[in-house]
Design a protein around this ligand. Structure first.
Ligand SMILES: N[C@@H](CCC(=O)N[C@@H](CS)C(=O)NCC(=O)O)C(=O)O
Length: 205
């Protein structure tokens, strides 16, 4: 008999939130194993030690966006529709998330939130200033893409919204500069109204 899919990684991580939210949305039963990066249990599944990592009855996988595509492929639904063009658009956002969006917000989050939380020193304002320039460029792109739309692809939430939206999990605490991006803020509120988002809101402190 097969066991529930294991997702390794602390739910506080925005990257871990992605598979937890997708599983919650699809009603896929999973076992969440809340361990940090480089824990031996993670390394056994994902040799580079990063979270999330997945083990589906011996099939192991790293990279949050690959994991959510795998989960969605197990249970066909509107969050990853069969249509080739829709899938390609979703995949394009998943690539943008990994290649541009995450590197844009992560330094701000690290400097303003993670560093103080882990006692790794003061926020380096020079790093934040440089990071904000990068962030503004990518946020402007996302905001423009959302103009006149409720969701990034098609008419309902998809993996694209979950992957890209996960990056804003700690936006308030890390003070991401979102004041000028009304479309992003409205879209993130829509995402926040989904049950899968409410169920996976990390509890800080
Ligand atoms: N591209 C990876 C990034 C995963 C990642 O960097 N996770 C962080 C926690 S949010 C981590 O494990 N960091 C430890 C490290 O990079 O060594 C993904 O999307 O899964």
């Amino acid at each position: 008999m097969s066991e529930p899919i294991k997702i390794y990684g602390a739910p506080l991580s925005q990257n871990v939130r992605k598979p937890l939210a997708v599983a919650a949305h699809l009603g896929i039963s999973i076992e969440s194993i809340p361990v940090g990066p480089h824990d031996p249990a993670v390394k056994a599944v994902n040799p580079c030690g990063r979270i999330p990592a997945m083990d589906d009855n011996g099939f192991t996988l790293g990279e949050s966006n690959a994991i959510i595509v795998y989960l969605a492929s197990k249970k066909p639904s509107d969050i990853y529709p069969e249509d080739a063009a829709r899938r390609a658009e979703i995949n394009s956002w998943l690539s943008w998330d990994a290649a541009h969006w995450t590197p844009a917000y992560q330094p701000i989050q690290f400097e303003r939130l993670i560093k103080p939380m882990l006692g790794r020193g003061e926020t380096d304002e020079a790093v934040v200033e440089t990071a904000i320039k990068v962030f503004e460029r990518e946020a402007a792109h996302l905001d423009a893409a959302l103009a006149g739309r409720e969701w990034l692809v098609g008419e309902g939430p998809t993996l694209a919204d979950i992957a890209v939206g996960a990056g804003l999990t700690h936006a308030v605490m890390a003070k991401f500069p979102l004041e000028d991006y009304a479309n992003i803020r409205a879209w993130y509120e829509r995402l926040g109204a989904l049950d899968c988002w409410k169920k996976t809101t990390p509890q800080l402190g």
